[in-house]
Design a protein around this ligand. Structure first.
Ligand SMILES: Cc1cc2nc3c(=O)[nH]c(=O)nc-3n(C[C@H](O)[C@H](O)[C@H](O)COP(=O)(O)OP(=O)(O)OC[C@H]3O[C@@H](n4cnc5c(N)ncnc54)[C@H](O)[C@@H]3O)c2cc1C
Length: 396
């Protein structure tokens, strides 16, 4: 059975692997001209580690891990107010592993060698008849597939074409996120440094084998929104929001105009009543993004891909039955992970609340920011670990 997968990210590549293993013939169409390398660091935790092991790539992922040695928390003048291990800072326990997104994609790609890849193209139109889906590619003409799966990220093109406008499904968490690369002018080695207050965060990190540093900002939205298509406006907003922060922030902002991998978006979740429509289904961030605030998007993508392919195999290709089972298996896990993301975003936005509790929290963050940040990190680590392990995998 021929299955088109839109998006060769973590969800798409993992799905292609399991589809092939269960005897399906996947074609991947990826908008980027080639598999992107680099990117931000991501975590794989809990049940998702079992997927990596079943794919026989866990050792390769550990060997390619970001290997963060230490994290320093600083105040707005750059004085170190707390230090902790990279794992403690990243909420990692046990075998949890952190890796640069592009490195993980490359490892997954090696496991799907032989599948058909179409790079630098995307689906332009889809329509369904009784036993097939007709796909019009932007550059590669028209083709027919038995099933089409959208693994094309939070701003999924297939979702837009087959399910409707993004605004119907996007739950905005009220925060902006920005990440970009700059030269390693501080000569950092596998170290993360972070300034945090409620409503604003700035960080830099260097991960293993990366010649650059990543600069990262997260801040609560004020009443005026920022145009997500207007980089100049985004840069202007960053300068205004961080104008009174010292430490390395002025130098990070000075270098942002030269960045070639500029990422700026809202922290958001995707919430849909159904992830499938006929022979078309969605997966990963396209279907159930929990937002970077959850730290669980990669694990959700890996598990979702395994379950989707597995249910197709279990139903002997009966897509109606398989898509329904996929949703039944995944939904409680997705909801628990989205609740994690929502909670982290609410904490970040506490400074906007006009309650006594929120006022006290803001004062404590001002008085003992290092200790408070450590306290919140410890508390969320347990919560994330519980949720990351809250799903038992079926054997398909
Ligand atoms: C700044 C940041 C930090 C994050 N940190 C973490 C973290 O610490 N831990 C964690 O677990 N997760 C984290 N995430 C989330 C994580 O990256 C995603 O949840 C995860 O990558 C989801 O995988 P995916 O394959 O569904 O989507 P994506 O990784 O977004 O992949 C989608 C793929 O589809 C391609 N594509 C897009 N449009 C089209 C189109 N029209 N046609 C064809 N292809 C298309 C894209 O090029 C991409 O290759 C973070 C995300 C961001 C943005």
């Amino acid at each position: 059975m021929r299955v088109l997968v839109s998006g060769a990210g973590i969800a798409g590549l993992t799905l292609a692997y399991w589809l092939r293993r269960f005897g399906y013939v996947p074609t991947l169409v990826e908008r980027a001209p080639s598999l992107p390398t680099g990117g931000y660091k991501i975590d794989v935790r809990g049940t998702a580690l079992e997927i990596l092991k079943r794919m026989d790539v866990y050792e390769a992922v550990v060997a390619g891990a970001a290997d963060m040695q230490e994290a320093l928390l600083v105040d707005r003048d750059g004085h170190v107010i707390n230090r902790m291990s990279g794992d403690q800072h990243g909420h990692r326990v046990g075998e949890d592993v952190e890796i640069v997104r592009g490195t993980l994609c490359r490892i997954l790609m090696d496991r799907v060698a032989g599948a058909e890849f179409i790079f630098g193209d995307e689906i332009q139109a889809v329509s369904q008849s009784g036993d097939s889906v007709q796909v019009q590619f932007a550059k590669n003409g028209a083709r027919e597939f038995a099933l089409v799966i959208g693994a094309d990220g939070i701003h999924s093109n297939l979702r837009q074409l087959a399910f409707g406008d993004e605004s119907r499904f996007l739950r905005d968490l009220g925060l902006y996120l920005c990440v970009y690369s700059i030269p390693n002018y501080l000569d950092l080695d596998r170290l993360e440094i972070q300034y945090t207050e409620l409503g604003r965060m700035a960080a830099i990190w260097h991960s293993r084998k990366d010649s650059d540093l990543k600069a990262c900002f997260a801040f609560a939205r004020s009443s005026a929104g920022i145009d997500l298509r207007d980089r100049a406006q985004q840069q202007q907003a960053l300068r205004a929001v961080y104008a009174d922060i010292g430490w390395e922030v002025p130098r990070l902002l000075d270098r942002m105009e030269q960045a070639t991998d500029w990422y700026f978006d809202t922290a958001a979740q995707i919430c849909m009543e159904s992830w499938s429509q006929g022979r078309i289904a969605l997966l990963g961030d396209a279907a159930f993004c929990a937002s970077p605030m959850s730290g669980q998007g990669t694990s959700l993508a890996l598990i979702g891909a395994y379950v989707l392919a597995g249910e197709l195999a279990a139903a002997s290709g009966n897509h109606r039955k398989a898509f329904a089972e996929y949703e039944r298996e995944m939904r409680p896990f997705v909801e628990a992970n989205q609740a994690l993301g929502m909670r982290a975003a609410n904490l970040m936005r506490s400074n906007q609340k006009k309650t006594l509790g929120a006022w006290l929290l803001v004062q404590l963050m001002r008085l003992i920011p290092g200790r408070m940040t450590e306290f919140f990190i410890g508390r969320s680590t347990q919560r994330i670990a519980n949720v990351a392990n809250a799903m038992a995998l079926k054997d398909y």
